[in-house]
Design a protein around this ligand. Structure first.
Ligand SMILES: [Fe+2]
Ligand SMILES: [Fe+2]
Length: 240
C-alpha cells in the first residue's frame, strides 16, 4: 500500500482533509485546557511539597500543550480558538475531582486516555501537527505514572474500599471518551488520508490492556460495558 500524501500547506488540502485537521486541533485544544483546569482545581488537594511541585509542573505542561495547539490553529486558520474553546468548556465541562485520591484516579485514567489518543497522530500526514504532537507525547509520558502509583498505594492501604470502584468507573469512562466513537465513517476517513493511524476501537483495546495490571493490583473490577453508558466496540474485552 502506498502511503497517503502529506501536507503542510492549507491551500493544497482537499476540503474534507482541511476540515478534519481543524476539527482535530479544536478537540485536542479543548482536552488540553480541560486537563489544565482539572489539575488546576485539584491543586488544593496536594499537601506534600513534592506533590505541590509535581501538580504545578503538570498544570503548566497542559497549558503549554493547549497553547501549542491553539497557536497552530491560529496560524492555520487565521482565527483565534479562544471563544470556541470557552464555549465548549461551558457546554461540556470536565468534572472536577473531589479529593486527592480522585485526582490521582483522574491522572491515571483521563490523562492516560489523552496520551494513547495522541500516539495515533504521531505519524500524521499533516506535518506541522506531527512535530507538535511528538513533543507533547514525550511530556505526557511523565504525567500518568505518578497518578498510577498513588492509586495503587491508596487502594492497597484498604482506606478507600467504599469509594475506589465508583471513582474508577467514573474516570475510566472519561478516559475512554477521549478516543471518540468507534467504527465511524469519520474515523475511516481520517485513517485513509493518513491523519490517524487506527480506529478508536483498537486504541481503546490498547488502553484497556495497558491499565489492566494496575486494575488488578488495586483490587478493582472492570464494569459491565453497559454500565459505562457510552458507545464501545462490541468486542472490547473488559473482564480482568
Ligand atoms: Fe497534555
Ligand atoms: Fe497530560
Amino acid at each position: 500500500m502506498t502511503s497517503p500524501p502529506t501536507y503542510t500547506d492549507r491551500a493544497q488540502m482537499p476540503p474534507r482533509y482541511r476540515d478534519t485537521v481543524e476539527q482535530l486541533m479544536r478537540s485536542q485544544a479543548y482536552r488540553e485546557l480541560a486537563a489544565a483546569r482539572l489539575f488546576g482545581h485539584g491543586l488544593q488537594f496536594a499537601e506534600e511539597h513534592r506533590y505541590i511541585k509535581f501538580m504545578t509542573w503538570h498544570i503548566r505542561e497542559e497549558i503549554d500543550h493547549y497553547f501549542a495547539v491553539a497557536n497552530m490553529y491560529e496560524r492555520f486558520t487565521g482565527q483565534s480558538l479562544q471563544d470556541w474553546v470557552q464555549a465548549r468548556l461551558r457546554e461540556r465541562p470536565i468534572p472536577f475531582a473531589g479529593s486527592w485520591f480522585e485526582l490521582a484516579m483522574a491522572q491515571f485514567l483521563y490523562d492516560r486516555g489523552g496520551f494513547w489518543q495522541l500516539q495515533e497522530y504521531a505519524e500524521c500526514s499533516f506535518l506541522p501537527y506531527r512535530d507538535i504532537i511528538g513533543k507533547i507525547i514525550e511530556e505526557e509520558r511523565g504525567h500518568q505514572g505518578l497518578g498510577e502509583r498513588i492509586v495503587i498505594e491508596a487502594c492497597q492501604s484498604g482506606r478507600y474500599e467504599a469509594e475506589k470502584q465508583p471513582l474508577f468507573e467514573r474516570w475510566l469512562r472519561l478516559g475512554l471518551l477521549s478516543f471518540g466513537r468507534p467504527y465511524t465513517e469519520s474515523n475511516a476517513y481520517a485513517i485513509s488520508v493518513g491523519l490517524k493511524r487506527r480506529d478508536s476501537a483498537e486504541v481503546m483495546r490498547d488502553f484497556i490492556a495497558d491499565i489492566r495490571p494496575t486494575v488488578v493490583a488495586c483490587g478493582l473490577r472492570f464494569p459491565h460495558p453497559a454500565a459505562l453508558q457510552m458507545e464501545l466496540p462490541p468486542d472490547l474485552e473488559l473482564t480482568p
